[in-house]
Design a binder for this molecule. Structure first.
Ligand SMILES: [Fe+2]
Length: 634
């Protein structure tokens, strides 16, 4: 048996050496298919993706159920084919590679319409009627138990001696083999990057596929690591070489197709992120939010290469909003386990249904002193069970109860609406909206918009513990105006308005100090907590009247508008601008000058005549009722 394996290995090496050194397209046809990997499709119960490389354009893939060993009922499919090569160009840093990749075709096959819970076999016709060996996979059965292997940082590497190189096969020969012994029904391997030590080296990928004999019987999915991003030396460039070797579902953001993706396996949403270079982070976050919102599953498992702590902390809020179950990462070659954590508050959650469990794994290869680890993860209906191991030795075991019940108690929309309670907690400087814990299953999300500061926050009701949304930094001296929009499970929405005023004098005070038919004085009185605004512009009826800088003019300024018409409405608008000249806050005051006739004895015009005291008071009252006509932005 060992000799047979050794001979197969020699043959595989022979094929790779031959095909990568002699092919010239158009002159000689080389019949081959290599670097074959199976990856779950978006719906892992009916779809599987396969990636392989070939030097010809005649290959096809044949698949059938596993019991049909002679392929009597086979289906033949051809994949999408693209040419691929990489030659080092020392004159262009963007085209440098550590070692050339010879011209070949990459074939992406998408199997669809498969039967759930079924074992299949496939082989590739190399183009001349000869075949690769058989590969097998099993589709998800739609059941309530899934076992997969989480590993990371295999760092398969090509050394100068074969013995040293084969030491780097450890991840497959020891770690994956042991997982298959413990769980023969293993669904797939989830590998969070640094599969090879240098992505921009063809010999590293040759070595990886020589090492990964279990790819014949188990699908693999993952994310690129910084080492896959290394095109040349340790310069981090792109996921180009990672994407050439795997056919992950093409359902990620356009800029990250292949390296960011998701699939659903039984009752679990698996989301793989490419955060190595922090590119397109916001697009990736927007995509994540949409994917999770539109694919409610009992469990959510996120994976990426680098731990989010210290690298991409903006994700924590999103993970907590959706009560993600597990976040799996690598990169550090050391283990960091944070059960039910709230990184946004830097503490372990009192309620585990609100926290997120983060696990950074030891490496699975032989690169570091603490490497050689695997994590067998079984997700059952009621809990997640993580068994870490090294070689034959089982180590720590972690268990987490399911956060999302399968059922919920239906309530009416009115019951939910009646439960909405808005509170202002001045002591802790926060306001909050709370609701019944029966919301889970009846309400999808509550979004709250701060209408003055143009800021919004949302809470996804992804567990029964999601019964609140809070707003921090509620300070005295400000007006707050919120609109809460509730999205019910049937997709309908309802909105509610909450306004409270912690200082009737507001932040910026426009007062109508003195009036005559032709003159008005307006005080602009800024609270000193508006220090982050630099420039202010004052407009009278949309015409710029004055501009000033608070650093020179202080927080209070008086403007006198003269030569006004009597009995006419005027609007004074103040705009606050940042040092980048962005208008981020405006305030307006509308006032009407007094009618000249009311101030004359016999109907004559006496401009500048002082108003009787009573009239002044009356106008002041009018002015105060229209004090702040509209507040827009902050
Ligand atoms: Fe690594």
């Amino acid at each position: 048996m060992k000799m047979k394996k050794f001979l197969s290995l020699l043959m595989l090496i022979g094929i790779i050496c031959f095909s990568t050194t002699t092919i010239v397209f158009g002159e000689e046809i080389v019949y081959d298919a290599y670097y074959i990997v199976t990856t779950p499709g978006e719906d892992a119960s009916t779809q599987m993706n396969i990636n392989y490389h070939t030097h010809n354009k005649l290959t096809s893939l044949e698949y059938t159920v596993a019991s049909d060993i002679n392929y009597e009922n086979k289906t033949v499919v051809t994949g999408d084919l693209v040419e691929f090569e990489a030659k080092d160009d020392p004159t262009d840093v963007g085209k440098r590679v550590e070692e050339d990749f010879e011209l070949r075709n990459i074939v992406s096959v998408y199997l669809t319409g498969l039967e759930p819970g079924t074992e299949y076999r496939y082989r590739i016709n190399k183009g001349d009627g000869t075949y690769t060996e058989d590969y097998t996979f099993r589709t998800a059965d739609g059941g309530k138990e899934t076992t997969f292997l989480f590993l990371t940082d295999a760092h398969v590497h090509k050394y100068s001696t074969q013995e040293a190189t084969e030491n780097t096969y450890h991840y497959d020969r020891v770690v994956v083999n042991r997982a298959l012994e413990m769980a023969p029904n293993l669904a797939f391997v989830l590998h969070t990057g640094d599969m090879v030590d240098r992505g921009g080296k063809q010999s590293e990928w040759d070595t990886f596929f020589q090492a990964s004999t279990n790819l014949r019987r188990i699908p693999m999915v993952g994310s690129p690591g910084n080492h896959e991003y290394y095109h040349y030396s340790t310069g981090e460039y792109s996921a180009k070489f990672y994407n050439a070797h795997f056919n992950s579902p093409k359902n990620g953001p356009a800029e990250l197709l292949g390296s960011t993706s998701y699939f659903i396996y039984n009752n679990i949403l698996f989301v793989q992120l490419d955060t190595v270079k922090r590119l397109n982070m916001q697009k990736q976050m927007d995509w994540f939010e949409e994917i999770v919102y539109n694919n409610p599953t009992k469990y959510i498992v996120v994976s990426a290469h680098k731990p989010f702590q210290g690298y991409a902390e903006e994700w924590f809020k999103l993970f907590e909003q959706f009560s993600v179950d597990l976040v799996l990462t690598g990169h550090t070659h050391s283990q960091n386990y944070r059960p039910n954590h709230l990184f946004t508050q830097n503490k372990k959650a009192d309620d585990p249904n609100l926290g997120v469990t983060y696990l950074t794994g030891y490496g699975s290869g032989e690169k570091g002193a603490n490497d050689g680890f695997g994590y067998l993860i079984t997700i059952k209906d009621d809990k997640i069970d993580i068994q870490s191991y090294k070689g034959e030795q089982n180590l720590a075991r972690f268990e987490h109860e399911a956060k999302r019940p399968d059922t919920h108690e239906p309530i009416t929309k009115q019951e939910f609406i009646d439960s909405l309670t808005f509170t202002v907690d001045k002591e802790n400087e926060r306001a909050g909206l709370t609701w019944t814990e029966k919301a889970y299953g009846n309400v999808l999300k509550v979004e709250v918009k701060d209408n003055i500061r143009n800021y919004d926050n949302k809470q996804y009701i992804w567990t029964p513990s999601k019964t609140f949304i809070y707003f921090e930094n509620i300070h005295d001296g400000y007006v707050y105006d919120y609109t809460a929009t509730v999205t019910f499970a049937d997709g309908t929405t309802e909105s509610f308005n909450y306004v409270f005023d912690l200082d009737p004098n507001s932040n910026i005070r426009l007062t109508y100090e003195e009036e005559t038919p032709s003159k008005a004085i307006v005080d602009v009185d800024l609270k000193d907590n508006l220090y982050h605004f630099t420039y202010f512009s004052v407009f009278l009826n949309d015409e710029l009247f004055d501009e000033y800088n608070i650093f020179f003019d202080g927080f209070t300024k008086k403007f006198t508008f003269e030569d006004l018409d009597p009995n006419t409405e005027y609007t004074v608008r103040v705009e606050a601008r940042t040092h980048r000249n962005e208008v981020i806050w405006t305030d307006e005051l509308t006032f009407t000058t007094v009618d000249f006739k009311t101030t004359t004895d016999e109907g004559g015009c006496k401009s500048g005549t002082s108003l009787p005291y009573a009239i002044l008071m009356g106008l002041s009252a009018v002015a105060s009722t229209i004090f702040v006509v509209r507040r827009k932005k902050y």
